[in-house]
Every structure is written in C-alpha cells, then in structure tokens.
Ligand binder design. Structure first.
Ligand code: PLP
Length: 376
C-alpha cells in the first residue's frame, strides 16, 4: 500500500508507541496523586510539555494539552471571544472546527465576520483588515491550509491586525504547519496557536493549545483543576508522552528541502497528466500537501479506484469530505467541475520519490479509464 493521505492522519511512530506503552503499564498512576509514583508521572507530563513548548518556541506553562486540535480551536474561539459586544474575524479558508465554531458563535448573537481568500489560497489581507476594527476581540487565520498546503504569512498578518486593533487576540490553527514550517509563536506574533498529535506520528486524541502568558483566557472545561485550572480532566498521559516522542522523531526526520523536493516531483508528474491542474501551484506552501484537480472527473470515484489499486489519497479535509462541494476551493475561485475533481496528496517525512511516482502513475491510469468510460 502507498499511503499519501498524511494530512488526514499519520501512522504512529514506534517511539511514540513505546512511550505510551510505558505509561499504560509500568507508570500508569494518576499524575494528580501525591505519592511518588504519581509525582513521577506528573514529571513525565512536565517533560513532554517542555518538548511541545520547545517546538513552539514558548515557555512550558504556555502549553495546555487538549483532546485534539478541534478542542483547542473551539477553546481559542469560544473563550477568546470574551467580549460579546466586540466582533471576531475568521478566514473563510478555515478547517471546519474553526469555521463551524465561528458559525455557532454567529448564531448565538456574536458579530462574526468572514474574510475572503485570494486566488493564491491565502487569507486576503486587504479584506481581513477591512473587517478588523477597534472592537475586534479575536482574529483567527490558519497557518497552513489542510486543503492546499498554502501558508498564510501569520507574522505579517498578526502585526497588521494588532496595529488596527491592539486589544485583539490573534489565533492561528497550526495543525498543518506544525513542524513543517517556522512555527515559533514569538516570531509569528500569535496569542493562541493550536496543534494536533496525529498529524505528526502521535496517536489520535491528543492536541495542545499555546496560550501566551500575556493572555487571560477563560477555562474551557471545569473540574479538578488540571492544566493550571483551565482544562480539567485527568490528563491523557499516554497521548501526551507519545506526542512528545513523535515531535522528536518528526523534527529529526523532516527537512524543508526534502519536503520541497517531494512537492516539486509531484507537481511535475501531475502536471504531465492530461487535463490535470495543480491547485495553488505558485503559492508559498509547506510542501507536504499537493492539491490537484482532474476536471470532468469525480474525485470520489478516482479516490476509490486508486484505493482498489492500493494507493490511498485524500479529498480535501477528511472530516468534511463527505459534505457536498468544497467551501475552501470555491473561495479560491475553482469552478464546480474543478471542485468535483479535486484530490489531495499529502506526504510524511518517510514518503519516497518512488511512492510518489507510482501513485501518480496509478492516478493517471484511473483518470484515463474514467474519462474513457471504462469504469463498470
Ligand atoms: N485543523 C486543521 C487544519 C486540520 O487539518 C485538522 C484535522 O484534519 C484539524 C484542525 C482537527 O484536528 P484534530 O483531528 O486533532 O481535531
């Protein structure tokens, strides 16, 4: 099998599994227990928090573990939008867990403004700034798109927003950018930044929210006071230590040059297929996602034919791929036909050139079959 859907989820690294196994069997104690075994587990969490913090360029006590990035993003939006009289501005290109949360806030009476994407797939700066004013309490723009891999210049946008609305919090969903581009939160100038474990070799069910020490944010889950009183619930120790182990391995294996080589290869090969267009080809990207469209075909059929041939590829966001159409690609200006035929390859540091070559061969063959009506 060739797996090119790593933006949906990734296999768990052996190092992460090993770390999990240890805290599930030997060191299974509750980190809130005050005997020495509990304190030992608490120390494991502290160590893991330090690893996440160093990957984000922040202090350990600015990292809050959550059950996933969906939770981290919901926390950032619902509790960050603290002044109900103010407004929040969210990019139209956001993952469903930000976009739908923003729509929920809108339906509960908050002034929510959506900023357009430009044809390069970036949050449109002029439109964003036109929607920000002195009453803006939160702005949310994702760092890298899960649909296209396009990077938003968060360092630039966050500073431009703060010049217009000095009190606004700047949140970024960093899930698809984390460890794949510069995600130093200080350089990005963000107040809140969400990450997820299962995109980088940790298991599903662990995420984190960076909350700058400058920011006072309301607790998201009330209870026993874990995560410094802001996110109660007995810690997912297995997920937390696995997340840290996966980060170490991913950082070791990933290089920007290698990611760009993979992207260039995929773009070149896909570009050579009849009637195939790479989406946002000229934009600044992480290199780990290549979106393309075979207009006139149906993506779900190509995806299923490739799956039958042992090649797993994606169709935009895995969470929303069953929903009709694609809001983000429509925003970028793709036609309905292009959206219907839109697919996504996403790589891991382990993806080889041979796998990309074989996958594109299989994709090309299936597009031809479908166009030639040779599908039963
Ligand atoms: N944000 C982006 C950009 C994503 O790609 C995803 C997952 O697909 C999420 C958020 C949600 O992450 P999680 O599965 O940890 O809730």
């Amino acid at each position: 099998m060739i797996y090119l859907d790593n933006a949906a989820t990734s296999p768990v690294y052996p190092e992460a599994l090993e770390a999990m196994k240890n805290v599930c069997t030997a060191d299974y104690f509750n980190p809130s227990s005050t005997y020495s075994a509990g304190l030992r587990v608490r120390a494991r969490i502290a160590e893991a928090r330090g690893t996440v913090a160093s990957a984000l360029g922040c202090a350990p006590d600015e990292v809050y573990f959550t059950s996933c990035a969906t939770e981290a993003n919901n926390w950032a939006l619902t509790c960050g939008a603290k002044n109900k009289k103010g407004n929040i501005v969210v990019s139209a290109g956001e993952h469903a867990c930000v976009y739908e949360c923003a729509k929920f806030l809108l339906s509960s009476g908050l002034d929510v403004r959506f900023c357009k994407l430009n044809s390069r797939g970036e949050a449109d700066e002029a439109d964003l700034l036109s929607k920000v004013d002195e009453s803006t309490c939160l702005v949310s723009v994702m760092h890298a798109s899960n649909e296209t891999g396009v990077i938003n210049d968060i360092a630039h946008l966050s500073r431009a927003v703060k010049r217009k609305a000095p009190r606004a919090l700047f949140h970024s969903d960093g899930v698809q950018a984390f460890l794949k581009t510069d995600n130093d939160v200080g350089r990005l100038g963000v107040d809140l930044y969400a990450v997820s474990g299962h995109k980088v070799g940790a298991p599903k069910g662990i995420g984190a929210l960076y909350i700058s020490s400058r920011v006072k944010i309301r607790p998201f889950i009330h209870g026993g006071g874990q995560e410094r009183g802001l996110r109660s619930g007995t810690e997912n120790v297995a997920g937390i230590v696995a997340f840290a182990a996966a980060i170490e391995r991913y950082k070791h294996d990933f290089t920007h040059e290698d990611a760009m080589k993979k992207r260039d290869l995929a773009v070149k090969l896909l570009g050579g297929l009849e009637g195939v267009k790479v989406i946002c080809e000229q934009s600044d990207v992480t290199g780990m996602i290549v979106a393309f469209t075979a207009a006139g075909t149906k993506a779900e059929i190509i995806q299923s034919m490739c799956s039958d041939d042992g090649v797993l590829i994606g169709r935009g966001s895995a969470c929303s791929s069953r929903l009709a159409g694609n809001r983000v690609l429509r925003e970028i200006g793709l036609s309905s036909g292009e959206i219907e035929g839109a697919l996504r390859l996403s790589f891991s540091p382990e993806t080889s050139a041979e796998e990309i070559e074989e996958a594109v061969r299989v994709i090309g063959r299936n597009i031809e079959k479908l166009r030639g009506g040779r599908v039963g």
